[in-house]
Design a binder for this molecule. Sequence first.
Ligand code: DX5
Ligand code: ZN
Length: 216
Amino acid sequence: MILAPSILSADFSKLGECVERTERAGAKWLHIDVMDGIFVPNISFGACVYKSVRNQSKLFFDVHLMITEPQRYIEEFVKAGADSVTVHVEATEKIAECIELIHSFGIKAGLALNPETDVEKIMPYVNDVDMILVMSVHPGYGGQKYIEDVNEKISFLREKLGNDFNIEVDGGVNSENIRKVCDLGANIIVAGSAVFNDDIEGSTRELIKIGNGGNI
Ligand code: DX5
Ligand code: ZN
């Protein structure tokens, strides 16, 4: 299990310090939520925000684009230091072009789907991407409740795609439900509010431990 702390819930006035603390506690990935106020009702931040921490972190930068027609900005996000860029299947008709463009920069490509989106919509692309991101809340905000209806989607994808495929689950995961989400078949877990709280190191360690099957 890989934990991908989402900086959406971090204190942006201390972003570098927040990232360093989760990295020190064992996180290997950093989840970066970009929102445009059109594809989702909220606006978060652009490439310059994570570019500013790129030089001080060795984490794998997992950039989740919740923006419409993402092909317009992929190059900018790659240049700011993304190791992986994920686009939403609902965000454009040009999914194949997006995947090709992301790969042309030599980085990983992911494809995301919203809770209400039929899993069949992503199936034509699964062999071309490095990861599927299953949204377990309606995208736009951190701190929402996990939607249990997506459980079926996670198990279906694990069964269909085999053990080596990367399945990331994003939204509403905490120390109470992380083990269950991993058992369903997720191997990359995004957590925002469950990591960036008063005890970043402790929460990071706890989630990694429970996610990997240990007790606290
Ligand atoms: C929601 C974002 C998530 C979010 C997760 O639109 O994609 O990554 O930050 O936050 P929590 O873990 O608080 O649900
Ligand atoms: Zn996300």
